[in-house]
Structure formats: structure tokens, C-alpha cells
Design a binder for this molecule. Structure first.
Ligand code: HEM
Length: 475
């Protein structure tokens, strides 16, 4: 029987404390591919799927902001790209000085030595930072390039060996795609604004809705920072939802009339937490300008499948069999929180179904997005999906006898649908509106609108939303 997910107890320290005896399970070396029989100790929370009861899928401790000195050359080039800041190479209005600046920066990337990553492999935290630094460098490198001349319009985009080789190795260690992911721009891209004690954390500052800033930005603008932080805040608001899910799962084991009454209450509170999530999502409008997002920020995220020219990315110095193919750009569709809610409610069988924008064969877009999540979070979702007593089955079983339970369940699914309605409003404001205005201004030829993950956007999002609503039990 699969036990319910375990959360770290409140107040538990996630900082390394005094040296542990060598026999302690946390003293075991980091395992790159833990087997089901071994304890995964790659992070201190790994035994709990790296989910913290204070910050959910975000770590409680601020992510590492700089690699050890051996890797300083990467960090320095990332600092320089941001300080310049490098501009999108496709912009027609660039000055010669801006073009020269980014060409010089790219030449320095190509001239870097290939630094071995072996000394990073012992630490998950170092590997995470290395993945972030190298993936940000790669996106800066690719998207700061001017468009190729017409005769090379379909030529491969070559990622130079000094970043391609270590990025492939680090990604293999982390079992992550070789591209910027939601974990790089949201989950592990924050620092505390204030580290002084706060009422919620008397010892020192703690992650909270108004105490975060970003570590890395493409544009250095507050619009970009607010874009990432709005997702980070959704993750923090989602902690209460995770707690309601955990409490429900405890009761599902019992399943008697008292347990069902408690589940009804937890589901009612869950609906409120999902509505809070939608509120946080809509709050992105307060700090991020839609035109700035669409024109200045979003193009930096493009992966191989969502760029304007469909060129193939080739990783120099990497053998053919290790060339990656999962190269979609970062998207909050990679947020484990929303997937967890879908799976817990049994909505994912509907919402994750085949829809517009999915490839004809293989996993759907949303299932594919799980490949882009940190592997512990992926394991958490697998664990949830294998719950011995799924919530939806219980609700279905007692639908006739216990209408209170079915109503509470329907309200929670209704809240997920409302979240997706709110999300569609945001996508209309931030993508469809600016795209339409751009098309009108340029009289550009019609081409299906693409999301950052390369989906036929409108019909994809509508499909997910409508399939979510289909999970509501009819009376
Ligand atoms: C300005 C803010 C946002 C914009 C412009 C935006 C845009 C998009 C786009 C274009 C997609 C389609 C998939 C793709 O191509 O990547 C998408 C999917 C998705 N986004 Fe967002 N998004 C925003 C904020 C958020 C936030 C804060 C969350 C929650 C943490 C979120 C959760 C999702 C989810 C779960 C999907 C997958 C589709 C679904 O399950 O309904 N998004 N988003």
C-alpha cells in the first residue's frame, strides 16, 4: 500500500546542522538514480518528495545564488549579459553598439574552456544552480543572435560546446531537459528581499508573498520580475491547498461517514485555496505590462519548438545519441502544483486528455510538461496518481447517499475551472491582445498563435478548461 505523502513538520530546520554520524541516512552520498529500494538523499527534503510544508514546491531555504569559484567564468558571463543587458537579436531598432556588445559576449561564450562538472555532482543544490546558469546563458546566446541571412534561414542553431557539454551533463544528472524550465525561472530563481526577522519568522526573514525578489532576469525590468514572482506567489498560496489535500488523503484511508464529513470540509477549504490561486494569478496585472511581456520578455523563453523560424538546436561537442529533443521553453504549465490539484481531484484524466496542439503520438502537452519538473516533484505526482483510494472514486461511490460530499467535490472542480477561466483572461491580455495588435500593425500573414510551449494556444487552453468542467458530477 502506498503511504500518503509526508510533509516536513512545521518549524523543522532544513539547514545542515552539526555533523551527522556516517551511518545516518542523510550522510549517504547523493544518488544520481535512486532505485525504489534506496532512500533518495539528494536533498534534505527528498524523502518527502522535496515538498516543504511552508513553501510547497519552492524550497524553504533561498536557492544558491552563485556556484563555487571553479565555475566563476559562467557566473561572470551571466552577470555581464544582464548588466548589458543583451537585447533580442531580432529587434530591428538595435544600435550598432548593442549588436557589437552582444556579438562580443557570444564570442566570449565560444572561447570559454569546457569546465568539467564532476565536482558539482555531489550536491543537488550545486547542480540546480549550474542548470540555471547554463540554461540562462544558452537562452541569452540563442535569442541575442540576429536572424540569419535568407540563404541560411533553416540552418541549425548551434549551441557552443563550452555551454552545451556541461549543460547536457548537468541535465542528465538532474534528469531535466536541456533548456530553461519553470524551476530555473521561478522555483529556484528567488532571494529574500529582507533577511531580517519578521513576525512569521522571528529568527530571520522567510519566503512570503511580499518578501521575494528574483536572482536572474533577461531584461532587468520589474515587469519581468513580477511575471516570475506571480507564479512564485501562486506556489506559496498553494501550500494551503497541499495541506488540505494531505488531510483529505489521511481521511480517505478511513472513508467512513465521519471521515467523509471531514473530507467535505477539506474540499470546501480547498475550493477557497484554489480561488486564492486565481486571485494571485490575476494580480500579475498589477506589476507586469502586457505589451512589455509580449514583445520584450516572452521571446527570450522560446524553445526549439516555439521560435519564429522552427530551426533545430544542435549541441556542439555532444554525440548524436545524446542530442536532446525535449526543448520546449519554460511555462507555468510545468507547475507541479496545478498538476497535483488535477491529479488529486481526478480531473487530470479529463484535463490532460488529448486536445488541440498535442502531438499526434506520444504523451499530451500537459503530461509532457511533467518531464520538465524537478524529478522529486515528478515522483510526488506519480505517488499521488497511485493513491490506493482516489478521491473521485469515493465521491462516485457515495454520490447518491452523500450529496454533501459530491457538492463539495463539484465546488472544488468548479474552482479549478474558474482558475482556468482566470488564466484564459490573462493569456488573452498578455498574448492574444498584443499578438493581434502586432498583426494588425504589420499586416502580417496569419499563422496559428503559438504559446511558449508551442501549442495552438486558444483551442488548447479552452480544451483543458472545458475538460476540467467535464469532471463535475451531474445530478
Ligand atoms: C502573465 C502570466 C501568464 C501567462 C501569459 C501565461 C501563459 C500561458 C500559456 C501561453 C500557456 C499555454 C502553454 C504554453 O504554451 O506554455 C499556459 C499554460 C499554463 N499555465 Fe500559464 N501563464 C501565465 C501565468 C500562469 C500562472 C501564474 C500559473 C500558475 C502557477 C499558470 C499555469 C498554467 C498552467 C497550469 C498551464 C497549462 C494549461 C492548464 O493546465 O490549463 N500560468 N500559460
Amino acid at each position: 500500500m502506498v503511504p500518503p505523502p509526508v510533509f516536513v513538520s512545521p518549524g523543522a530546520s532544513v539547514l545542515p546542522v552539526s555533523p551527522l554520524p556516517s551511518s545516518h541516512f542523510l550522510s549517504q552520498p547523493r544518488q544520481t538514480a535512486p532505485t525504489p529500494r534506496t532512500v533518495d538523499t539528494s536533498t534534505l527534503n527528498a524523502h518527502d518528495f522535496d515538498v516543504d510544508n511552508r513553501t510547497g514546491f519552492m524550497p524553504f531555504e533561498p536557492p544558491l545564488a552563485r556556484l563555487p569559484s571553479e565555475y566563476e567564468a559562467w557566473e561572470v558571463l551571466l552577470d555581464e549579459a544582464q548588466a548589458a543587458p543583451l537585447q533580442l537579436g531580432r529587434r530591428s531598432e538595435l544600435t550598432q553598439e548593442q549588436r557589437d556588445c552582444s556579438a562580443t559576449w557570444r564570442a566570449r561564450i565560444r572561447e570559454l574552456p569546457i569546465i568539467l562538472t564532476t565536482s558539482l555532482h555531489e550536491s543537488e543544490v550545486h547542480l540546480r544552480r549550474a542548470h540555471s546558469v547554463l540554461a540562462w546563458l544558452m537562452h541569452f546566446y540563442i535569442h541575442s543572435q540576429p536572424p540569419p541571412p535568407p540563404e541560411l534561414a533553416r540552418a541549425d542553431v548551434v549551441i557552443p560546446a563550452p555551454i552545451a557539454v556541461p549543460l547536457i551533463t548537468v541535465s542528465e544528472q538532474l534528469q531535466l531537459p536541456v533548456v530553461l524550465t519553470y524551476s530555473d525561472d521561478v522555483l529556484y530563481n528567488w532571494a529574500l528581499k529582507k533577511t531580517a526577522p519578521t513576525p512569521s519568522s522571528p529568527a530571520r526573514g522567510a519566503p512570503s508573498l511580499d518578501n521575494l525578489r528574483c536572482i536572474t532576469l533577461f531584461t532587468g525590468t520589474s515587469d519581468e520580475e513580477e511575471f516570475y514572482l506571480s507564479s512564485a506567489r501562486c506556489e506559496l498560496v498553494g501550500v494551503a491547498a497541499l495541506e488540505a489535500m494531505r488531510a483529505t488523503m489521511d481521511e480517505l484511508f478511513v472513508g467512513d461517514s465521519l471521515a467523509r464529513l471531514r473530507i467535505e470540509r477539506y474540499l470546501t477549504s480547498l475550493s477557497g485555496h484554489i480561488d486564492e490561486l486565481a486571485k494571485q494569478l490575476l494580480a500579475v496585472r498589477e506589476g507586469c505590462d502586457p505589451e512589455a511581456f509580449y514583445h520584450d520578455i516572452r521571446p527570450w523563453f522560446n524553445g526549439q519548438d516555439s521560435g519564429p523560424d522552427g530551426r533545430k538546436w544542435v549541441f556542439e561537442g555532444v554525440p548524436r545519441e545524446r542530442q536532446p529533443s525535449e526543448l520546449s521553453g519554460p511555462s507555468a504549465g510545468q507547475s507541479s502544483l496545478v498538476h497535483a490539484l488535477d491529479i488529486f481531484l481526478g480531473v487530470s484524466d479529463y484535463s490532460h486528455g488529448q486536445g488541440a496542439g498535442d502531438r499526434k503520438e506520444g504523451p499530451t502537452f500537459l503530461d509532457r510538461m511533467q518531464i520538465y519538473m524537478p524529478r522529486h516533484h515528478r515522483a510526488f505526482l506519480r505517488h499521488l496518481a497511485n493513491a490506493p483510494r482516489p478521491l473521485r472514486e469515493l465521491v462516485e461511490e457515495y454520490q447518491e447517499k452523500d450529496s454533501g460530499l459530491a457538492d463539495a467535490y463539484n465546488r472544488a472542480v468548479g474552482a479549478m475551472k474558474r482558475f482556468r477561466d482566470a488564466h484564459m483572461r490573462i493569456v488573452a491580455l498578455y498574448i492574444m491582445g498584443p499578438a493581434r495588435r502586432e498583426r494588425e500593425a504589420q499586416m502580417a500573414a496569419a499563422r496559428p498563435l503559438k504559446g511558449t510551449g508551442g501549442t495552438d494556444l486558444v483551442s488548447f487552453l479552452k480544451g483543458v478548461r472545458d475538460r476540467t468542467a467535464a469532471a463535475i458530477f451531474q445530478k
